[in-house]
Structures are given as structure tokens and as C-alpha cells.
Design a protein around this ligand. Structure first.
Ligand SMILES: [Fe+2]
Ligand SMILES: [Fe+2]
Length: 251
């Protein structure tokens, strides 16, 4: 059963956005989300998937994921996570999802309309890169570690550009990596820099988003806010403890 949470006090009920990340689909959890997803129309107008959709980036896991989200009663919009790239098959996973009607974002955006309300969603995977008090060690470690640190700021620029393309009533930024440290609380601070970067928050603020949704921080916290005051929600499945969380946006 979905829980309902409001990003800001006082917002009027408008469009309802369901979101979950870190499904980590694999044989052991096959069917975990299906029944709840099939009932989505009662609770939301769209489902956002915040990356790490597969557990280790195999095409077998991608097919299991397709079985979870095929033919849902609401549009589904997603971004990939780092684990979806584990076998360098991330873009093939995205194609499989696209073929069953999921809108996969990677530096671009989509607009959904519901009863005259236009919701824009811009998405990137994002990356690490760190935060002012948690800079990490971007020049050290494995090539994958260094690549992850480089990708965060680059994807932040792509997110900002994608947000700028939207002509809509409200914008959501969808990422896998985190834009703030608020939603990392519970994770070891020494890994914060690998879980997200400040530049994503800068893009969210500058791009006029009203809500930012991410995953990746399995042991983090649900609620946060950018320096500019935008509500941030970590919807990692292990954080929300439900098949998805629903956020009501104002009309
Ligand atoms: Fe994950
Ligand atoms: Fe992840």
C-alpha cells in the first residue's frame, strides 16, 4: 500500500506523483512491485523510477523489470542508476523499457498533462562529486570511482539544460544520485561524495524545479531541501519501505 506525503505544507491537491528507486530487480524479488503498481491509478497520475532498476545490470534482470512495469495504468518515467550500467548494458536496458512504453530520461525531459495541468519531468542519472563539507577523493581510487566523481557535475549541467527545455506548470527533477546531504543522513559521511553532488542541487534551483526525486542512498533519509528551498525526496525502496511513495503537487 502506498503512503501519501506532501512535499510542502499547504499545497493544494493537484497531480499525484508516485516514485520509487532502487528496485534492484532480480529473480529473488520477482513480482515484488507488480500488484501495487497495477493499482497505481487509484493513487497517482504518474510513476517515477529513480534508477538502480536492476540489481547487476543484466538483460535477464531487465526483463524481470519489464514484467513489473508492463501495461501499467499510469505513465512511467525513469532514469538509470549506476547498477544498471554494471555490465555496460544500461542503454540496452533503457531501450527494452522504452519498447514497453516507459519514458527513459538521460539529459532530456518529458511533459505529461492531466486535466489541463502540465507536469514537466527532467532526468539524468547524475553522479558523485561531493558537497562543500564532503568533497571526497575525486582524484583517487579506481577508474570507476574517478569516473563517478566526474559524472556528477557533468550530469548537473545536462539536468539544468533539460529543465530549461520545459514549458509547463511545474517541473520535477528526477535523478539517481542525490543533490543534497539531507537525504544522505544515515549513510557513512565518508561515502557522501560518492552518493551525489552539490552541482545537482544548483541545477535544480536554477532550472526552476519544484520537487527533486532521487534514489541511490539506501540507508539515507526521505526528506531534504536544496539551498534554494526545493523539496528533495529520497525514494530508495529501502528508505520509503513501500512499493512507492506518493507526493501531491498543487494545481
Ligand atoms: Fe541502489
Ligand atoms: Fe545506486
Amino acid at each position: 500500500m502506498a503512503l501519501t506525503a506532501r512535499p510542502r505544507c499547504g499545497w493544494l491537491t493537484g497531480m499525484r506523483v508516485a516514485a520509487v528507486g532502487d528496485l534492484h530487480m532480480r529473480d529473488a524479488v520477482r513480482g515484488r512491485f507488480r500488484d501495487a503498481f497495477l493499482e497505481l491509478a487509484e493513487h497517482a497520475e504518474v510513476l517515477l523510477l529513480a534508477g538502480d532498476l536492476t540489481n547487476s545490470g543484466t538483460l535477464r534482470e531487465a526483463q524481470l523489470l519489464c514484467d513489473e512495469v508492463r501495461g501499467l495504468p499510469v505513465p512511467v518515467v525513469g532514469v538509470l542508476g549506476n547498477h544498471d550500467h554494471d555490465r555496460r548494458l544500461g542503454y540496452r536496458i533503457a531501450v527494452l523499457l522504452s519498447e514497453i512504453g516507459v519514458t527513459m530520461l538521460d539529459g532530456d525531459a518529458t511533459t505529461l498533462e492531466h486535466k489541463g495541468f502540465r507536469l514537466g519531468i527532467a532526468g539524468v542519472m547524475g553522479g558523485g562529486g561531493g558537497f562543500p563539507c564532503y568533497p571526497g577523493t575525486p582524484g583517487e581510487g579506481s577508474p570507476e570511482h574517478r569516473e563517478r566523481h566526474r559524472r556528477g557535475p557533468v550530469d548537473a549541467l545536462r539536468l539544468h539544460a533539460a529543465l530549461d527545455t520545459l514549458d509547463c506548470d511545474m517541473r520535477i527533477a528526477l535523478t539517481h544520485f542525490a543533490p543534497v546531504v539531507d537525504t544522505l543522513r544515515g549513510e557513512p559521511p565518508k561515502i557522501y561524495a560518492g552518493l551525489g553532488c552539490q552541482e545537482l542541487a544548483t541545477a535544480i534551483d536554477a532550472g526552476g524545479a519544484e520537487l527533486a526525486v532521487h534514489g541511490h542512498a539506501h540507508n539515507g533519509a526521505e526528506f531534504g531541501r536544496t539551498p534554494g528551498g526545493v523539496a528533495v525526496r529520497n525514494v530508495s525502496h529501502t528508505v520509503i519501505g513501500a512499493p512507492y511513495r506518493v507526493y501531491e503537487l498543487p494545481r
